[in-house]
Design a protein around this ligand. Structure first.
Ligand code: MG
Length: 173
């Protein structure tokens, strides 16, 4: 059984993860409309991963006898200035998620909820990866700048991603 404090914080984090999924879907739609199907596919895979993160928390709440509360999810921005702005924003967003996970981790320790603390280890590790990847892509888009061929090359490369970041690259790709 988890304390109501921990339960509320997990429900709040679950909402953040679903919002991340919404945000990345919105970014994916923008990139698709901007004729960048590779970047759009990458962002769509990212959105799917975020929904999986939310569901991990959903299951943890149920496993620990907590109450699932599905709070309203805010609408993400629908317009972005440039593809580079999309990835800058994604990187900033991941840093916010890291801060939120760290807060939750601290609470689990304070409340002596050790099962939740161990559960959150995975999320702490995942955020290292998320910040690294989103930061790298933001930086690469900055390097590409207004160079259209460079952007198309990056689009092709990111289009290789299938079924999530941890999936192996396709054979021969
Ligand atoms: Mg996440």
């Amino acid at each position: 059984m988890m304390s109501s404090k921990v339960q509320d914080a997990f429900n709040e984090q679950m909402k953040h993860e679903f919002y991340s999924s919404y945000l990345y879907l919105s970014m994916s739609a923008y990139l698709d409309a901007a004729n960048l199907p590779g970047l759009a596919a990458w962002m769509r895979a990212q959105a799917r991963e975020e929904a999986e993160h939310a569901m991990k928390i959903f299951d943890h709440l149920l496993d620990r006898g907590g109450k699932v509360q599905l709070h309203p999810i805010g609408g993400p921005p629908a317009q972005f200035a440039t593809p580079r702005e999309v990835f800058d924003q994604a990187h900033r967003h991941e840093k916010e998620v890291t801060a939120s996970i760290n807060g939750l981790y601290g609470l689990a320790v304070d409340e002596r909820d050790f099962a939740s603390r161990v559960f959150l280890d995975w999320f702490v590790q995942e955020q290292v990866e998320e910040e690294k990847t989103s930061g790298l892509l933001a930086e690469q888009l900055r390097m590409v700048g207004d160079d259209r061929p460079g952007l198309l090359m990056l689009d092709r490369e990111l289009g290789q991603r299938r079924g999530g970041a941890s999936a192996p690259p396709p054979a021969g790709g």
